[in-house]
Every structure is written in structure tokens, then in C-alpha cells.
Write a protein that binds this ligand. Structure first.
Ligand code: AMP
Ligand code: MN
Ligand code: MN
Ligand code: MN
Length: 277
């Protein structure tokens, strides 16, 4: 059976490894079909493609776009995109704009609770100055011993209602799906089980996404708990979505589920890659 991983991050967004090193990590874990899906950025795709091909993997160009829907942040993965498409690139550039300013605001909020120098501290972990992420702040706070782990930082400081949280308005669902489709790609709702929507709101999201031309949802992802795999497989069937699978890898040793141990898609769903090869 093909081993497919369609969700990974490099240091072009909030991962720690260069794109070629992520490719190597995936290959070592036995991956045959692999996508790099950095947040709001396609700068790593060319390096990732070259490395993947040299390692004998089928490469899928990807991106993970941050959107705001019903006042919540949602992530839309684009797969099989033309990463040079002007409209997509302009949309991603607009989405990235404002991240640096948000970073300065996060640092100002953290300073109010006694954590000084967080902007400069987070910047040490940033691989792409255009892409400062909350994850970089989390790495800094762990380094400083403020928290024991990255999830711990999110729980105590970087989530809504916590002292370092700064609300941000991202792209719209319509824009993100539109950019992906204009670039010839397939739109996928990333880790749908991670959002705080009730069943009704989630249903509205799925319906709107479908109407806009969205095709798939992630079912098996490192960002789901194992009990969510069958739950989202059933929802994919019910809504007529294809199913995607990806680790959401960011760094060695940081994952909720080890790279090599993520299970395959449950039976009864159609994989998003069913007609790619
Ligand atoms: P940003 O796009 O800057 O708001 O950062 C979002 C990123 O933070 C996500 O892509 C995850 O990598 C990370 N993240 C969000 N929530 C958590 C969490 N609870 N635990 C660990 N990482 C998280
Ligand atoms: Mn991330
Ligand atoms: Mn995500
Ligand atoms: Mn991700």
C-alpha cells in the first residue's frame, strides 16, 4: 500500500527543518507520496520537489492557508497547486502581511505578564522573516523554561483568552478556496476536528466549502485524536468529500503521533489521491 503524507511543515513556515530535510525525514519514515504544506507560503516547494524526486517520492506541491471563518481560525490545505500562479502568490503574500505586526503585539502582551524580549526571542527561531508564527513564540517560551512544552505554551499563553493571545483577521474561505482552484489545486479542510465549532456550525462550514468548490477533508492527521479518524471518515462519506491524510509534521520529536506510526485512512472513504497516478 502507498504511504501518503500530504501535510508537513518546513522552516519556511513554523517547522524546524529545511524543506529537503523534511523530505528526507518523510522518506526515512517510508513515505511514497509527499506534500510540503507550509503556512501561507510556497517558498519551500521548489527545494522540496527536487529533494523528494531525488529520494524517489512522488511529490505534491502544497500550502496551508490561514482563514477566518465564523470568527475562528481555520486552515485550508491546497494540494497539486501551481505554486508559481500569480493570483495564488498574491493572495498568500497578502495573508502573510500583518504577521510581523501581530508578532510585535504578541510580544507586547507577553511583556505585560513579565515575559520580556519575546519578539527578539521568537525571531531566533524564525526561518522566514515573512512568516512569524505563534509556534516561534512557543519555542522561545520553552527554551526560556517558562513552559515545559509547546502545547503547554498554547494552553497557558497563546490561545484565545490567554495573556499572549492577539486576535487576527486572516483570508476568507472564499478567497482561499478561490486561490487554490485558480492555481489548479484541490482544496482540503485541514484537521477539521481541531476547531471549536458545534455540529451545526461545522456542517455550515462543510456546506459552504463544498459550494465554493472544496473537495476534501483531512481524516487521519497528527492533529486529530485517534477517535476522530472514524468520526471524520463518516463525515467525509456523508458530505461526499474525498479524504486526506497527513502527519502535520513540524519538528522531530514534537509530533503528537510519530511520523511513522500514523495509521492509514479507514476503509470506506475515497482518498484524495485516488486519481493522481
Ligand atoms: P499561527 O498561524 O501563527 O497562528 O500559528 C498556528 C500554529 O500554531 C499551528 O499551525 C500549529 O503549528 C501551532 N499550534 C496551534 N495550536 C497549538 C497547540 N495547541 N499545540 C501545539 N501547537 C499549536
Ligand atoms: Mn503550524
Ligand atoms: Mn493547521
Ligand atoms: Mn499544519
Amino acid at each position: 500500500m502507498l504511504k501518503v503524507d500530504l501535510h508537513c511543515h518546513s522552516n519556511v513556515s513554523d517547522g524546524v527543518l529545511a524543506p529537503a530535510a523534511v523530505a528526507q525525514t518523510a522518506r526515512t519514515a517510508g513515505v511514497d507520496v509527499w506534500a510540503l504544506t507550509d503556512h501561507d507560503e510556497v517558498d519551500g516547494v521548489a527545494e522540496a520537489r527536487a529533494a523528494a524526486q531525488a529520494l524517489g517520492m512522488q511529490f505534491v506541491s502544497g500550502v496551508e492557508i490561514s482563514i477566518t471563518w465564523a470568527k475562528e481560525t481555520v486552515h485550508i490545505v491546497g494540494l497539486q497547486i501551481d505554486e508559481t500562479h500569480a493570483g495564488l502568490c498574491a493572495g498568500l503574500a497578502a495573508t502573510r502581511a500583518g504577521r510581523d505586526n501581530r508578532g510585535r503585539q504578541i510580544a507586547a502582551e507577553l511583556a505585560k505578564v513579565g515575559i520580556a524580549g519575546a519578539y527578539e526571542g521568537a525571531l531566533k527561531f524564525v526561518g522566514n522573516p515573512d512568516l512569524m508564527s505563534r509556534t516561534h513564540f512557543a519555542r522561545y517560551l520553552v527554551e526560556q523554561g517558562v513552559c515545559a512544552s509547546i502545547p503547554d505554551v498554547f494552553k497557558k499563553y497563546l490561545s484565545e483568552g490567554k495573556p499572549g493571545y492577539v486576535p487576527h483577521r486572516w483570508a476568507t474561505l472564499e478567497d482561499a478556496v478561490g486561490w487554490i482552484r485558480a492555481a489548479g489545486g484541490i482544496a482540503v479542510i485541514a484537521h477539521p476536528g481541531r476547531y471549536k465549532f458545534n455540529d451545526m456550525a461545522q456542517g455550515v462550514l462543510f456546506d459552504e466549502f463544498k459550494q465554493l468548490g472544496g473537495t476534501a477533508i483531512e481524516v487521519v492527521t497528527g492533529s486529530h485524536t485517534p477517535d476522530q479518524y472514524p468520526e471524520y471518515a463518516e463525515l467525509a462519506r456523508r458530505y461526499g468529500f474525498l479524504a486526506s491524510r497527513g502527519t502535520d509534521f513540524h519538528a522531530p520529536g514534537e509530533a503528537r503521533v510519530d511520523f511513522a506510526l500514523l495509521p492509514p485512512l479507514p476503509s470506506g472513504v475515497t482518498p484524495v489521491w485516488h486519481d493522481w497516478f
